[in-house]
Design a protein around this ligand. Structure first.
Ligand SMILES: CC[C@@H](C(=O)O)C(=O)SCCNC(=O)CCNC(=O)[C@H](O)C(C)(C)COP(=O)(O)OP(=O)(O)OC[C@H]1O[C@@H](n2cnc3c(N)ncnc32)[C@H](O)[C@@H]1OP(=O)(O)O
Ligand SMILES: [Co+2]
Length: 135
């Protein structure tokens, strides 16, 4: 079951400059910065009440963020939904005809298992599913 918007991902060219900008905009400092090597990104996270913003800077030219910046420029890159059981949700969405981009949930940032849906099947919006890892 989808339970919430978990975060909104924003592609940025310069994470330091965008951290400053979003700190001023939201009036809070980022609570976390984390590199996710498998995605070729460095992230930083802001939280305002229940709303989470994830800034993403590319760390390699073949990163999805580098490609997105090259094609579309900075801006909203994806919307992430929290799910209670990612595997069940992936199966349900595949059954509805959506294309999952990873058949097995992978480790994302901020202690999450994640899966992406292809934007060509979701009105050009890249959708991420996130399930909290309980350790
Ligand atoms: C930090 C970890 C994690 C978290 O925990 O939160 C993250 O958020 S990681 C975020 C970065 N990772 C990803 O985005 C992984 C999923 N993405 C992909 O697998 C690929 O980016 C893609 C969506 C399959 C596209 O890859 P590819 O086909 O190689 O690139 P193209 O540039 O050729 O794009 C094809 C087509 O898709 C459009 N596109 C690409 N990205 C987006 C997007 N974010 N939103 C909307 N549309 C997107 C792109 O414009 C192309 O369209 P056309 O030009 O019309 O062909
Ligand atoms: Co994300």
């Amino acid at each position: 079951m989808l339970t919430n918007v978990e975060h909104i991902g924003i592609a940025v060219r310069d994470l330091d400059a965008s951290n400053e900008l979003f700190s001023k905009l939201l009036n809070v400092a980022p609570y976390k910065s984390e590199a996710v090597e498998s995605e070729g990104v460095t992230t930083s996270f802001f939280k305002v009440n229940q709303t989470k913003i994830e800034l993403l800077e590319a760390t390699s030219p073949d990163s999805p963020i580098a490609k997105f910046l090259g094609k579309k420029g900075e801006g909203i890159h994806h919307i992430a939904f929290e799910v209670d059981d990612i595997q069940t949700e992936m199966e349900r969405l595949k059954g509805e005809g959506f294309t999952v981009l990873n058949e097995t949930p992978k480790r994302g940032a901020d202690n999450k298992l994640v899966c992406f849906l292809h934007p060509k099947g979701t009105n050009e919006v890249l959708v991420e599913l996130c399930q909290e890892i309980k350790e």
